[in-house]
Write a protein that binds this ligand. Structure first.
Ligand code: MG
Length: 231
C-alpha cells in the first residue's frame, strides 16, 4: 500500500517514509528500442577480431561482456586493452544513439517529474545508457531532473551501487528514505546494493513475479502510477 501525503511531500512505501525517487530510464521513463542482439553480435565480432574466442565470454549482458573481454585481453595483450575498450564503447554508443533517434519518452514522464517536483519529492535518473542517447530522446532532461547519472559518468554501472549512490549524493538524499524504480530485476538488485527501497514497473519485458522474486518492495503497472497515488 503506497500513500502520498502532499502537504508533507513524502511517500509512504510499506510504512517507510520516502522523500526521494530514482528512476531507471529505458523501459521506465522512455523507450529506446535498442537491438541488444545486434549489439551483442557486433561486440562478439569485435572481440573475435582481437583474438578472444567468443565462447570465453559467459556474461549475458553486453557491458559486462566487454569488461570480461577486456580482462582476458589484459592478461594476453595489455597494450590492446585501451583500443579495444574505445572501439567497443564507440560501437555500443552508435547503436544506442541510432535507437534513441527512433525512440520516445513515455507520454506521462514529464508530468510525472513535474508533479514530484511540485510535491518537493526529489527525483533522479540512473541508466546504463550513454548520455548522448538519453539527451537525444529527452533534450531538456536537466530542467526536469537535476541528478541524471549515465554510463559515461561512472566507472561501474548498475547493479553496482555507484550510480545510485552518486544520484543520492547529488540529491542530498539518504538511501533509507529513497525508492529505486525500474523495469528490470537488475534495478531491484541495484536498490538492494545501495540500501534503498525498490519497485518494479511492468513497462519492460518482466512480470510482477520476476520483481517480487528479485525482492522488490512494490510493483507498479507503470512509473506514472505514483502520480495517481498523490493525495
Ligand atoms: Mg530499463
Amino acid at each position: 500500500m503506497l500513500r502520498v501525503n502532499a502537504d508533507m511531500s513524502v511517500l509512504s512505501v510499506n510504512d517507510t517514509i520516502v522523500d526521494t525517487v530514482v528512476f531507471d530510464f529505458d523501459g521506465t521513463l522512455a523507450r529506446l528500442n535498442i537491438d541488444f542482439n545486434h549489439m551483442r553480435r557486433a561486440i562478439t565480432e569485435l572481440v573475435s577480431g582481437y583474438g578472444v574466442a567468443h565462447q570465453d565470454l559467459h556474461h549475458k549482458y553486453v557491458l559486462e561482456m566487454i569488461d570480461e573481454a577486456a580482462a582476458i585481453l589484459q592478461s594476453d595483450s595489455p597494450r590492446k586493452v585501451e583500443t579495444f575498450k574505445e572501439e567497443a564503447g564507440r560501437i555500443i554508443e552508435n547503436i544506442e544513439v541510432e535507437a534513441a533517434g527512433r525512440g520516445e519518452l513515455f507520454e506521462g514522464t514529464k508530468k510525472l517529474l513535474t508533479t514530484l517536483k511540485e510535491h518537493s519529492i526529489r527525483a533522479g535518473i540512473i541508466t546504463r545508457n550513454c548520455a548522448r542517447a538519453v539527451h537525444l530522446i529527452f533534450p531538456d532532461i536537466l530542467s526536469y531532473c537535476s541528478a541524471v547519472v549515465c554510463r559515461d559518468h561512472v566507472r561501474h554501472v548498475k547493479p553496482h551501487p555507484e550510480q545510485l549512490n552518486l544520484a543520492l549524493s547529488r540529491l542530498d538524499a539518504s538511501a533509507g528514505r529513497s525508492l529505486m524504480i525500474g523495469d528490470h530485476p537488475l534495478d531491484i538488485e541495484t536498490g538492494h546494493n545501495a540500501g534503498t527501497l525498490s519497485a518494479g514497473v511492468l513497462t519492460g519485458r518482466f512480470r510482477k513475479e520476476d520483481f517480487l522474486a528479485a525482492g522488490a518492495d512494490m510493483v507498479f503497472r507503470e512509473a506514472t502510477d505514483i502520480i495517481h497515488l498523490l493525495r
